[in-house]
Ligand binder design. Structure first.
Ligand code: ADP
Ligand code: MG
Length: 681
């Protein structure tokens, strides 16, 4: 294909520039669509040119000179009606001056301005023409490009690609009619060379039938590639873990609570996956505090009762340790112990743990990313659980998977409190199965949220004191300082000192990321045991920390935090029966986005609603970024504007996969070329 007629030679400058645009073959040019269009199909007489409008004017040069002091090229021209216009260039090549030799006829294209000399154009595009030269019959496309590749060159390449590439339509005609979509060739031609009477508003808004066809195809390809990845995964083998019940029943018998209906449902969905001989790939989504840990514990138990290993990976040491303690409390009565691995553990303990995992003597491991390091060997790994999965990159999740027995893939359970909005779940996460915990354990009282100006800090400190003397416990979260961890640390230290000085009657602890792991663990344990009234902390407590007795949360400079973060932080309280409150301190002046965020977090407690608002405020880009995979991003379709096409695209994908494999191949080849492999991650 690279030998196609007119295709720039491999290694040539032009080929390199095209590669920058991710264009590697003529097929890629065909779907390299214009950003916008210019209308060169009409000429505007100078007398009718209005300042502020874009126009094309044909005129003959009267004079052209380099004007000082600012060295600009100044040309005066006259059109057929005898009206004059001035054109100016501040940067120019000598060749431009030659094209403007007096008597030469040119077409100027650009924005018209009312200047000192009358009507003028600054830096118009210029084309020398002969008298009577015909006008283009289609609008002129303007393509996304890169420095060094001109629009003219790119247009030429696209023209050639359109001529030399087969534009056959993979969509069955019946499907096209049903969805009222034009054919591929028709859509592509009309997008590259729209007729001058094309509805300009629909073209610009990318809402014309041709645009809808392309966007639909793009969404369809995304669905197809995700479904293929899903099916490819199902073709792998995994250890089948049937329910044996012995241990599971024993766990339920001594848990201090019974599972919510949502938890039971998730446990069953996971159990059904685990019993199958191919790897599970399931996302367990549940709002902060919905009780995901115990669901993971049930899954891990299923592996253990079958004599296989399970590992749970968490993003921070504090969280990993907390999981270790909680799981130990649940599992020790069943006679199961757990190896705990984290960066901060002593060498000897670590070695001992590694040996027990390697020999298969111990079936359960909990840890930070230390779990995926080299010396860790889990020869009988059948289940890998990743908590707060969005905190890990694809590579880390894959590394955990690779720890399993050769030839077999472990089942994967990913957990997240960041709810994925529906449109994103249907597009970018369609290769995962999802279980949702849509209910909180009973007995929680909603958290009262207050917004307080930082100017009233004194009042807050007084309230904190009163609350703690009544026996309550509180978190005090220090401001996020994104530019500098050192600065953030310093702020935490200062806050801690200041609170200790102001409240000598309270016991106040400090927690931040730089503490040694033993110190972190000791501080967390003291707070959990009720020995500390207040825990001053950086955002290390953001995820997962679970101390049900804490009922007051103060967040300083709340305006600096993102919505998901505020929701996570607030979720640290409201876990017990006591009325909890969250005080969001903010400093003026507030930016418009910060104000919008605070308004949302004040008015909403539901994680899904907050995520929807977050999507609205930030756009989908960052959510998609969080997936960090080789997934092709959507170039043309917009998840909000084109949401109505997602479900039809999903259905169409299923139809094609079931009945038209050649159409699937054609679509994937056209849109992904050889890049589909990236999706297998
Ligand atoms: P998250 O989903 O945020 O990870 P956790 O698993 O940390 O939530 O659970 C939050 C708290 O709720 C923990 O203290 C946990 O022991 C408790 N919990 C979990 N399930 C239930 C339940 N069904 N009934 C009562 N408490 C529960
Ligand atoms: Mg959790």
């Amino acid at each position: 294909m690279s030998a196609a007629r007119g295709w720039p030679a491999r290694g040539s400058r032009q080929a390199e520039l095209l590669a920058k645009l991710d264009i590697h073959r003529p097929e890629d040019l065909v779907i390299h669509l214009p950003l916008r269009y210019e209308d060169e199909t009409r000429l505007t007489p100078v007398a009718q040119a209005l300042p502020g409008q874009t126009a094309q004017i044909e005129a003959v040069t009267l004079s052209c000179e380099i004007a000082q002091p600012r060295r600009q090229l100044l040309a005066r021209l006259r059109d057929a009606a005898g009206d004059e216009i001035v054109a100016r260039w501040i940067n120019f090549y000598p060749s431009l001056q030659r094209q403007l030799t007096p008597g030469r006829r040119v077409r100027l294209f650009g924005e018209v301005r009312g200047g000192f000399f009358g009507i003028e154009m600054v830096h118009p595009r210029l084309r020398p023409v002969e008298e009577g030269e015909p006008l283009p019959r289609a609008l002129t496309p303007v393509y996304p490009t890169t420095a060094g590749l001109t629009q003219t060159a790119l247009r030429g390449l696209v023209e050639e690609a359109l001529e030399n590439t087969a534009l056959d339509d993979p969509l069955p005609a019946e499907m096209r009619h049903r969805l009222a979509l034009p054919g591929f060739a028709e859509a592509i031609h009309s997008l590259h060379r729209p007729p001058p009477d094309a509805a300009p508003a629909a073209l610009a808004a990318r809402a014309s039938p041709a645009w809808r066809r392309i966007k639909f195809e793009e969404l369809l390809v995304q669905q197809l590639s995700l479904r293929r990845a899903y099916n490819a995964r199902r073709a792998h083998e995994a250890v089948s873990l049937p329910p044996l019940r012995a241990l599971t029943d024993a766990l339920h018998a001594h848990l201090p609570f019974s599972l919510t209906a949502a938890q039971r449902r998730a446990v069953e969905e996971i159990a059904a996956d685990l019993a199958a001989p191919h790897p599970m790939q399931r996302l367990l989504q549940g709002d902060v505090g919905s009780g995901k840990t115990v669901v993971a514990a049930c899954a891990m138990l299923r592996a253990a009762e079958n004599g296989w290993q399970a590992a749970l990976m968490a993003p921070t040491e504090i969280l990993a340790e907390q999981h270790y303690r909680k799981l130990t409390a649940w599992f020790a009565p069943l006679g199961l112990d757990i190896v705990w691995l984290s960066g901060g553990r002593r060498k000897r303990e670590r070695e001992a743990g590694l040996t027990r995992l390697r020999s298969g003597e111990c079936l359960l491991a909990v840890g930070t990313h230390a779990l995926i390091e080299d010396p860790v060997d889990l020869p009988r790994l059948a289940l890998a659980v990743v908590d707060e999965q969005h905190r890990f990159g694809v590579r880390q999740r894959l590394a955990l998977r690779e720890k399993g027995a050769t030839g077999m893939r472990p089942h994967m359970l990913m957990m997240s409190a960041t709810p994925i909005p529906r449109t994103l779940a249907m597009t970018h996460y369609a290769d995962l199965d999802v279980s949702v915990l849509d209910e909180l354990p009973p007995g929680r009282t909603p958290v009262r949220t207050r917004l307080v100006s930082a100017a009233r800090r004194g009042e807050i400190v007084a309230r904190l004191k009163a609350a703690c003397l009544e026996g309550r416990q509180a978190y005090w979260v220090c401001p996020l300082i994104e530019e500098s961890e050192t600065l953030q640390l310093q702020t935490a230290l200062e806050t801690w000192e200041a609170l200790k000085a102001a409240l000598p009657e309270l016991r106040i602890g400090l927690l931040h990321g730089r503490l040694k792991s033993g110190e972190k663990a000791a501080t967390m344990a003291a707070f959990a045991a009720g020995d500390l009234h207040v825990l001053v902390a950086t955002t290390v407590i953001e995820v997962g920390v679970d101390v049900p007795r804490a009922s007051l949360m103060v967040i300083e400079h709340a305006e600096r935090f993102g919505l998901a973060q505020l929701h996570q932080l607030r979720g640290r309280v409201g876990r017990g029966a006591a009325q909890s409150s969250c005080v969001l301190m903010y400093a003026q002046p507030l930016s418009a986005t910060a104000r919008a965020r605070l308004k949302v977090i004040y008015g909403q407690s539901d994680g899904f609603a907050i995520a929807r608002e977050d999507l609205r405020i930030r756009g989908p880009g960052e959510f998609v970024g969080a997936r960090q995979s080789g997934l092709p991003l959507l170039r043309y379709a917009d998840l909000e504007a084109d949401a109505d096409m997602i479900e039809p695209a999903r259905q169409a994908a299923e139809e094609l996969l079931a009945g038209a494999p050649e159409a699937v191949d054609g679509l994937l080849a056209r849109w992904l070329g050889g890049r589909e492999g990236l999706l297998r991650a």
